[in-house]
Design a protein around this ligand. Structure first.
Ligand code: TTP
Ligand code: MG
Ligand code: MG
Length: 421
């Protein structure tokens, strides 16, 4: 979740569907769902500013210093072999992957595999910037997109003009063409490459986008299941994690084809009604989830990092004002977005970077500054306040639309409330 000084944060919750799952009657055109994923995203963004590093194994992570440009124009970079610490690799260029390095691998382990690889610290603001750029570029061609994180989206192409076109010998020519246009637009907007999978649903689209990385376009139909999906190991399916894969393997199931051949009742027996049924449906390529374009927030928060660390007792007045201001701003955010919430929470970060949170669930949802401030104040009383603080945050969750909720008591100035009631 992005957090910035005095920042606002929205936590996404349930969403609005762009196009619903197919209704059996009346007949609808088959859905065309794309999954677009940027190639080696953080590393590729770094290579835009350090083009001299192209072609080299580069890993992102470790939190070191950025490279320094030398007088002779060369770049002085940290190398993996010099790394000591417990950091993990965020991502690596495809050159580094050829040496066995991958995301989430310990940097020390990566250093043993690729000692000469260049090491760059992550720059999340820059990645977020490029993330916004590529999503905006896609939206201009195909507006129905579901944000799935910093470097990937689902796109509903069903109603995009031309997407359903076919050519003799290529019934999916239209989908392929739109995918190529999307890739070109993303490249124009960002100079970055991405891979796209197009399929009848999100599950298969996600699998497809990984099939021809980097820079690939993979279009699959339901009929392609036996040849293109079933040979894959079960782990490739989004929703089968390492534990489930190990359990399946212990039961003699390694591939998606073997999973598809397994009896539904047998799967339910071993994995429970819900997950067992999902495994069965997924292996047969069935997934009716719509592309969800708009997310309702689960919670709304405000937090601020102080200019200097503040002591709860010595700086009580200043802290009290900041605390109340956060609640007032949060109430404004809630009002603007039209929400009230039943849980109110606080977040504190001490000068040693330890972070604690406390929350309270109220009888009735609240939205006004005074009510938020009171509830947040009661949370604050449950936190040890014996050392300096560097950050304070207030959050309202369990959101609903006002209307059912009784009006909050008015007429109290929140700034008159003491810090600890
Ligand atoms: P991915 O899309 O999983 O990976 P990628 O874009 O680097 O490479 P690929 O070409 O295989 O898609 O993740 C997107 C970004 O998220 C990645 O660039 C860095 C970050 N990330 C982490 O920080 N830690 C992780 O464990 C993973 C998987 C990704
Ligand atoms: Mg990616
Ligand atoms: Mg990704």
């Amino acid at each position: 979740m992005p957090a910035r000084a005095d920042g606002r944060t929205l936590r996404a919750g349930a969403g609005r569907a762009c196009r619903g799952a197919p209704d059996p009657s009346p007949p609808m055109p088959a859905r065309l769902i794309a999954h677009l994923d940027m190639d080696a995203f953080y590393a590729s963004v770094e290579l835009l500013r350090y083009p001299q590093l192209r072609g080299q194994p580069v890993v992102i992570g470790g939190g070191g210093k950025p490279p320094v440009l030398q007088a002779d124009g060369s770049l002085a970079c940290a190398r993996l072999r010099d790394y000591v610490g417990r950091g993990v690799v965020a991502t690596a260029t495809y050159e580094a992957r050829l040496l066995g390095v991958h995301s989430a691998m310990g940097m020390m382990k990566a250093a043993a595999l690729a000692p000469d690889a260049v090491m760059l610290p992550a720059d999340f603001d820059r990645y977020r910037h490029y993330s916004r750029l590529f999503k905006a570029a896609v939206r201009e061609v195909a507006p129905c997109i579901e944000d799935r994180g910093i470097d990937e989206i689902y796109i509903d192409l069903t109603d995009v003009p031309g997407a359903q076109d076919s050519r003799p010998g290529d019934p999916l020519a239209g989908a392929r063409n739109i995918a190529a246009i999307l890739q070109a637009r993303v490249r124009e907007a960002t100079s970055l490459s991405c891979s796209i999978g197009v399929a009848p649903n999100k599950l298969l689209a996600k699998l497809s986008s990984e099939m021809d990385k980097p820079g690939g376009i993979t279009v699959i139909r339901h009929d392609d299941l036996p040849t293109r999906i079933w040979p894959l190991p079960v782990r490739r399916l989004n929703g089968i994690g390492p534990k489930s894969a190990a359990r399946l393997q212990a039961l003699g199931i390694d591939t998606l084809g073997e999973l598809a051949a397994a009896d539904l009742q047998w799967l339910v027996q071993h994995f429970g009604a819900s997950y067992g049924a999902w495994l069965h449906a997924a292996a047969h390529g069935r997934d009716d989830r719509p592309v969800v374009t708009h997310s309702e927030p689960k919670s709304i928060s405000r937090e601020t990092t102080f200019e200097r660390d503040l002591h709860p007792r010595h700086d009580r007045q200043e802290l009290g004002e900041i605390f109340t201001r956060l609640c007032v701003r949060l109430a404004e955010d809630l009002a603007r977005k039209g929400y009230v919430g039943r849980t109110v929470g606080v977040k504190l970060r001490y000068d040693d970077f330890r972070t604690v949170t406390r929350d309270v669930t109220l009888e009735q949802p609240v939205g006004e500054a005074v009510a938020i401030r009171r509830a947040a104040g009661s949370c604050l009383k449950r936190v040890p306040l014996d050392r300096r603080l560097r950050l304070l945050g207030v959050r309202v969750g369990s959101l609903s639309r006002p209307g059912q909720a009784p009006a909050q008591p008015a007429g109290v100035d929140p700034y008159t409330l003491p810090l600890f009631e």
